[in-house]
Design a protein around this ligand. Structure first.
Ligand code: MTE
Length: 303
């Protein structure tokens, strides 16, 4: 075991629930049809109503002040420190098994995609959850831009390593933060690249300016602040898996019946109200993603 000290998500539930997280929810916007919001590229994004979350949207103040971002801190209160991460200029390199490796400026990339808003449930392996209106574009659009070779089987996201990130000085962690998806998962319409939330640009603490969002998997799959997206035929070892392979795997699909080795995944705590609710398999998105796994039943799909 390489775990030498307690990580954030090993905190007992009572300690992981700061008292400031008292009741406070924004009323969910009407679910049916697309809603045009006013002002700015993110605010103008139309809501895609296909994936109605069935829950109230979490108040923005919780989603933007209770974060996991180990490059900044092992605790949750890192949003102030994260403001130091400059959001522009920002470029993303497309590498590995692609037709033509290249580097894209984020603003050029955003001109090539159609921004939309999606309200997704977001479930951390630590058993807290929120419901977030992300803006961005389906990852499948980025695949079309990247043009991976037919032989590529996985896509790998690498997070920035910036001198303003104090956590990087800890040799305990296997930096950089890496996450990956199988190509067919990445091509699924639910897999999303977020560049905004709550109708605004994505704040640095939530992974701004650009992050992966994979709502049917535990939150750790959603790597923040992407600077490199590479394509490979070798299954990547993600950050948490590299740190603790007995506890974290590649697939990490949400499943209430498969406990983490040290705690149950049966229920989750909604940020804001602290209400405990049952967790759903694939975080409730099974109708859209379960078929990805019918031929992978022999794999460890749920951690
Ligand atoms: N990405 C990076 N680069 N570093 C991290 O520590 N934490 C992950 C994921 N992406 C993490 C990361 C975990 S454990 C979760 S639950 C989500 O980010 C949290 O996203 P949020 O802070 O926007 O809610």
């Amino acid at each position: 075991m390489r775990i030498l000290r307690r990580r954030g998500w090993e905190l007992p539930e009572r300690m992981a629930t700061p008292e400031v997280f008292v009741l406070g929810r924004r009323t969910a916007l009407a679910g049916a049809g697309s809603i045009a919001l006013a002002g700015g590229a993110h605010a103008d994004a139309q809501r895609n109503a296909k994936y109605a979350p069935g829950r109230a949207i979490t108040d923005e103040k919780y989603a933007t002040t209770y974060n996991n971002y180990y490059e900044f801190d092992e605790g949750k209160d890192l949003w102030r420190a994260a403001q130091a991460l400059k959001q522009r200029p920002w470029s993303i390199s497309l590498e590995g098994m692609v037709k033509q490796p290249r580097t894209l400026d984020i603003d050029d990339l955003m001109k090539q995609v159609q921004l939309e808003e999606r309200v997704y449930r977001h479930r951390c392996v630590e058993a807290w959850a929120m419901t977030v209106p992300w803006t961005g574009f389906p990852l499948s659009q980025l695949l079309s831009i990247a043009e991976p070779l037919g032989s590529a089987k996985y896509v790998v996201f690498e997070t920035a390593q910036d001198p303003k990130m104090p956590g990087l000085s800890s040799p305990f962690y296997p930096w950089p933060y890496i996450e990956g998806l199988a190509i067919d998962e990445a091509a699924n319409d639910l897999a999303f690249i977020s560049t905004g939330m709550y109708g605004k640009a994505l704040p640095p603490q939530d992974g701004g300016p650009i992050r992966l969002t994979v709502p049917w998997k535990y939150g750790f799959k959603s790597g923040k602040a992407s600077v490199k997206i590479s394509f490979t035929d070798k299954r990547p070892v993600n950050f948490w898996q590299a740190l603790q392979p007995s506890e974290y795997g590649f697939w990490a699909n949400v499943n209430p019946d498969v406990a983490h080795p040290r705690w149950s995944q049966a229920r989750e705590r909604l940020l804001g109200s602290n209400e405990m609710v049952p967790t759903q398999i694939y975080n409730g998105y099974g109708e859209f993603v379960a078929s990805l796994y019918t031929d992978r039943k022999s794999e460890k799909l749920f951690m």
